[in-house]
Design a protein around this ligand. Structure first.
Ligand SMILES: Cc1ncc(COP(=O)(O)O)c(C=O)c1O
Length: 382
């Protein structure tokens, strides 16, 4: 059996929706993108959703709203995708990395305040694997020091913090619709905020800084005239992607149920295995289960995490690692980051592996994954 790390969950509905855009000739941002924003508002019960072409673009535009300046500082967790840090560097500002919690891989809120200086402007919590970060504590610290909170919610659709869907807690929330995400359009992202001035600014920035509704100039309602009022970016979504997104949004809860069921099966099967350490979800929140992180109890095993991944690959099961902590990359090392500052991230990185988890993973495949994980662990216990 061969089981890929990810398979998109697309039906004829997505195919027909994309085909319809190609047939009607409206390929780039247009009515479908605006409709996608409206449906997103409804689903998350938020006021403003702004569709863009990636979550990286979303995070960048969010930092434009707070007018981040060179050498100012933004607090981020170590264990995230590089986008979270690179957008800070776009401004020649400093991503200040904070260690994560051993059990949840979430930014350790107890370590945030010691990193705050006069130059700190914002916190970007990452809802790792779909589990919301400690938002009450983070909002409390942000209020105390007058910092913006920009949520990296690339993994968090749909995730709940204290019964509330992620999307409206921080000042700005950024989602990803990258090919492997819980709602996938190939590439894509969405920004949610309740600040309508910022929303307006981000709508302009996503399309070259051209004044309001410039995209309409290609339609019957529009005209060829436009003004440019900021240095903008080419971050607009395409209607082809937005129409796929509309179809995916209709089934987001169904897809989430399937992910939850797979996570439950994995957890039930692995909970009594001493060689494995389960990923913990805090009691007051619900994960989207974008990822299924599993840790190896390497102290009692004869193999390393890398050897485990290799053995899984030999048996046709493809896994991944989320994430290589950012301070390990040469670029961030050159900025002075050092692994000795981050003991928990190091501990996690040596042990963690992400198993396949996606709607459409069959019962036979889930069974095959579970049997092989247990077989590798049992036959390699000291
Ligand atoms: C935590 C996190 N933030 C941001 C991103 C960037 O998303 P995108 O690929 O849509 O730019 C990703 C993508 O993998 C991610 O995992």
């Amino acid at each position: 059996m061969k089981i890929p790390y990810h398979r998109p969950y697309m039906s004829d509905n997505e195919i027909n929706a994309a085909t319809e855009c190609i047939r009607n000739g409206w390929l780039t941002m247009g009515k479908k993108s605006i409709e996608f924003e409206k449906k997103f508002n409804e689903y998350l019960a938020v006021n403003e959703s702004i569709a863009v072409n990636s979550c990286t673009a979303a995070l960048h535009l969010a930092l434009c709203c707070i007018d981040l300046k060179p050498n100012e500082e933004v607090l981020i967790p170590t264990t995230t995708f590089v986008s979270t840090a690179e957008v800070v560097r776009y401004f020649d500002a400093i991503p200040v990395m904070i260690d994560v919690e051993r059990e949840t891989h979430l930014i350790d809120v107890a370590k945030i305040e010691e990193k705050i200086t006069k130059k700190t402007r914002a916190i970007i919590p990452v809802h790792f694997a779909g589990q919301p970060a400690d938002m009450d504590e983070i909002m409390g610290i942000a209020n105390k020091y007058n910092l913006a909170v920009i949520e990296d919610a690339a993994h968090a659709l749909p995730s709940k913090y204290k019964n509330k869907l992620i999307g409206s807690i921080g000042d700005i929330t950024c989602f990803s619709f990258y090919a492997t995400k819980t709602l996938a359009t190939g590439e894509g992202g969405m920004i949610c905020t309740s600040n309508s001035d910022w929303a307006e600014k981000m709508r302009i920035l996503r399309l070259h800084g051209i004044s309001k509704d410039a995209w309409k100039r290609y339609s019957e309602e529009g005209s060829w005239k436009y003004d440019v009022i900021y240095t903008g970016y080419k971050y607009n979504p395409m209607d082809i992607c937005s129409s796929i997104g509309l179809e995916q949004l209709k089934k987001i809860d169904v897809m989430n149920d399937q992910r939850k069921k797979i996570a439950q099966k994995y957890n039930d099967s692995f909970q009594n295995e001493e060689g494995l350490i389960l990923y913990k979800i805090k009691t007051d929140r619900e994960s989207s289960w974008h990822l299924f992180p599993l840790k190896l109890n390497i102290e009692i095993l004869k193999i390393t995490r890398d050897e485990f991944i290799e053995e899984m690959g030999k048996r046709g099961i493809f896994t991944s690692v989320h994430f290589i902590p950012l301070y390990k990359f040469n670029y961030y090392k050159s900025l002075g980051y050092n692994e000795s500052y981050y003991p928990e991230s190091e501990w996690i990185f040596d042990r963690t592996v992400s198993l396949p988890i996606y709607p459409g993973l069959s019962d036979d495949e889930i069974k095959y994954i579970i049997e092989n994980v247990l077989d590798i662990i049992k036959s390699n216990t000291k």
